[in-house]
Design a protein around this ligand. Sequence first.
Ligand SMILES: Nc1ncnc2c1ncn2[C@@H]1O[C@H](COP(=O)(O)OP(=O)(O)OP(=O)(O)O)[C@@H](O)[C@H]1O
Length: 323
Amino acid sequence: MLKVDSINFAYAEKEILQNISFEVKKGEHLGIIGESGCGKSTLLKAIYGLLDLDGGKIIFKTEKVLGPAYNLVPGMPKMKYLAQEEQLMPFTSVSENITTHLSRQHLKENQERLNLLLQVVDMQDYANTKVKLLSGGQKQRVALAQVLAKKPEFLLLDEPFNFIDNFRKNRLRRRLFTYLQNENITCLFATHDATDILGFADRVLVIKEGKLLTDQKPVDLLENPPNFYTASLLAEVNKIEAKNLKTSNEGHYLIYPQELHISKDGFLKIRVIKAYYNGFNYFIESAIKNSEDKVYFYSNHFLEKHKMLRLSFPESLLKKRLR
Ligand SMILES: Nc1ncnc2c1ncn2[C@@H]1O[C@H](COP(=O)(O)OP(=O)(O)OP(=O)(O)O)[C@@H](O)[C@H]1O
């Protein structure tokens, strides 16, 4: 449905997107993740046709996406883009803001669709409230309903949940992605939040300094991360020098805190620095014995500062997590 083919883009002299290529099939949901400033928003803008590329091409369905120099009205029919900053009519109600984007040819269906969209973004209770009275997160939800109202086939979302509190975010994510699945809407979304990726993306594009590092299924990426940068975008991860792990290999092992266990026979000797209670257990900050290298793991019990312990982990990790 979308083909991004070796695209390059620079703002003035500064190269932002460098030789990026990937394809998206109809109905797929792709997450884009990467540190702040790596080029996620720029990539979404390029795909929507808001930028004139310096090289490469983007094909949406069968048509080439043209930048503003060749296309006065940016965007492709059936492709919709939700930017980080929403554009709403402040002095009209939530319902009116959404209804103006519903098709005028199906007036009878509109009330039903409005109700459905209000439900998807969890804003039924605010249907008649003026937008200017809403919080940042509520406005973001109205903006989301607006782009859905336009019946897109392909949706570009830039940090769609960044102003939304955690309590509501989980519910909103589930409702939104179920809606997209039911309507067979293809979606590309940029995020900082690993939960968006792990729970809701079919594939994940990892970007670093304008380059596409990898394009994989989230589960494969988590199990076999190509480098520390990628692993640390998805989860808390330890980077442990190989010499500390009973191996003659050189380099580092990437091991998640959940994979380390306190054990009398464990090879990794550590000293506890601090225990952080997280509601279910303790997240332990420790240092490898006789070094300053930090190691993080979980414990069901509080551990005193300076306590010396041994940690073990599945041997199978030694075969696949050396970087
Ligand atoms: N209009 C612009 N003019 C010049 N430079 C820009 C412009 N917009 C963005 N940049 C620069 O391009 C780089 C990539 O920005 P972009 O917004 O794509 O990053 P991002 O990965 O989406 O970041 P964040 O996660 O913080 O939103 C940054 O260094 C940014 O400063």
